[in-house]
Design a protein around this ligand. Structure first.
Ligand code: F6P
Ligand code: MG
Length: 472
């Protein structure tokens, strides 16, 4: 049931898939090896350490297979039923090798393969081989975290003050919160192989955000706001539930801005419940696992310990992390109090599902995950965060870039009963919903790809699309 167009392939030198398979995947696996190796080193001799060594060896073997363009082999049965789906699809694809395979399937397969090595152990089952990287980057996003905490406290306090609301200001605030949430996606760790921490910090501040507005190529936020307001009128407070779902992408700073959006929607009465959908296995390096949600709240609960305890690196360089001011501690404490209250009262819910770490596009959801789609239909809006979710929505095939978003998401489009909003910074080839001529103009810009056939402008998270499809 996938779109009837060619999927992006790792064999296509003009696709970002090409360098992803040859350069980025080996780096990602190397980072996983380094992490597991480090943990093995700190284990006491015994069963856990032996298992750890085996995992490291398996990861090294996987890296070898990727670098030497070996065939993809069936995933070992690790007790989770999704293995069958992966292997069935692999069989249907025939003999594929790492450098000549559909990009989307192969990248999902890579992370599923990594997960198997851990799942088959006794002591490493719930080990997240990317957790260290996630925490480290979150810590380095401190300036933007503090800036947003102050802004959030301020606006929630204003919302509570019940002063007569200015409709225009309300609409602007909605757009600002969504844009904060959108650009939080520009900083995922799978791209960190090419960005420095300084680059990332630049991407996160409020000045950067204002400057970046012109980089939102499609912006359907006014329609989304109108939709949520109409729903609110239909189902006033005290009455029925109004739920917004967020299919999460990355942990750390992006999860932080997702919670900013979620908290704002609840405080502004644009939703009565927000359901967050994390992943169930370590995924695309930085995606959110339930444990990442817990660690974020823990960091906010005691920000001094989180930010002021010197890291190993700090100690090596003989530097002390700067202290937080009383006001900053207070602002972070405000976020913690708000979000943990929403969570405790059931207005902010975490709902993992293995469907999100399957091998295929979301065109398959109605057929393969009917229960999940049924559940999502009960909400008013489903927000899909990030690049991978967007690729899955549109099937990661070579659409003409002027194809309407509503068409490119196939069975999740109009008539599906789902109101879909994609908040995506572009980090892959596929893009839809552009004005005629826009792709050509972007390609003609410096590093845009020119007439090489490559859509380079869409690879680095600098441009974004905010696309909405109404389900009725
Ligand atoms: O840079 C490309 C990539 O690794 C894609 O494979 C993937 O879609 C994306 O990054 C992950 O980004 P995000 O976290 O926004 O989904
Ligand atoms: Mg991600």
């Amino acid at each position: 049931l996938d779109p009837k167009l060619a999927p992006y392939s790792t064999a296509d030198p003009t696709s970002f898939a090409w360098q992803t398979a040859r350069q980025r995947w080996p780096i990602i696996i190397t980072q996983a090896i380094d992490d597991a190796y480090r943990t093995v080193g700190s284990c006491d001799a015994g069963e856990k350490q032996e298992e750890g060594k085996k995992i490291v060896a398996e990861l090294a073997e996987l890296k070898y297979e990727v670098q030497h363009d070996r065939a993809l082999t069936p995933i070992r049965d690790d007790g989770h039923p999704d293995v069958a789906g992966y292997n069935k699809e692999l069989e249907q694809l025939g003999k594929i090798t790492w450098h000549n395979a559909p990009w989307l399937f192969t990248e999902c397969y890579l992370f599923r393969r990594i997960s198997t090595s851990f799942a088959l152990s006794t002591h490493w089952k719930s080990y997240d081989v990317f957790a260290r990287q996630k925490i480290k980057t979150f810590r380095s996003s401190r300036p933007a975290v503090l800036e947003l905490a102050a802004r959030y406290k301020d606006l929630v306090t204003q919302l509570r003050a019940q002063a007569p609301h200015d409709p225009e200001a309300d609409a602007l605030l909605f757009a600002e919160m969504c844009e904060v949430c959108l650009w939080g996606n520009a900083t995922d760790l799978s791209l960190l192989t090419s960005l420095t921490y300084e680059d990332i910090q630049k991407l996160q501040g409020s000045e950067a955000r204002r400057a970046a507005e012109k980089n939102i190529l499609v912006n359907d936020l006014p329609q989304v706001y109108a939709h949520l307001q109409a729903v609110k009128k239909d189902k006033p407070a005290g009455g029925q539930q109004r739920r917004v779902d967020i299919v999460l992408d990355n942990a750390g700073f992006e999860l932080y801005v997702d919670l900013i959006l979620a908290g704002y929607l609840l405080s502004a009465g644009l939703a009565t419940t927000v359901v967050l959908h994390p992943k169930s296995i370590p995924w695309f390096v930085s995606d959110v696992l339930p444990a990442d949600f817990a660690s974020l709240l823990t960091a906010l609960a005691d920000p001094r310990t989180f930010y002021e305890t010197p890291t190993e690196e700090d100690t090596l360089q003989g530097v002390e992390p700067p202290r937080l001011s009383e006001a900053q501690v207070e602002e972070l404490g405000f976020l913690f109090a708000e979000w943990s209250r929403f969570h405790a009262e059931g207005q902010l819910v975490l709902r993992p599902n293995r469907v999100w770490t399957g091998p295929g596009s979301f065109w398959r959801l109605p057929g393969e995950a009917g229960g999940l789609v049924e559940d999502l239909r009960e909400g008013e809006l489903v927000v899909f965060k990030g690049d991978l979710n967007y690729r899955k929505l549109v099937g990661d095939v070579a659409w003409d870039p002027t194809t309407p978003f509503t068409e490119a998401i196939g069975p999740l489009g109009p008539g599906s009963g789902l109101n879909v909003l994609a908040l995506r910074t572009c980090k892959a080839d596929v893009v839809v919903g552009l004005q005629p001529g826009k792709d050509e103009k972007l390609k003609a810009m410096e590093d845009g790809g020119g007439d090489s056939g490559a859509r380079k402008w869409a690879w680095n998270g600098k441009w974004a699309v905010v696309s909405f499809s109404k389900g009725t």
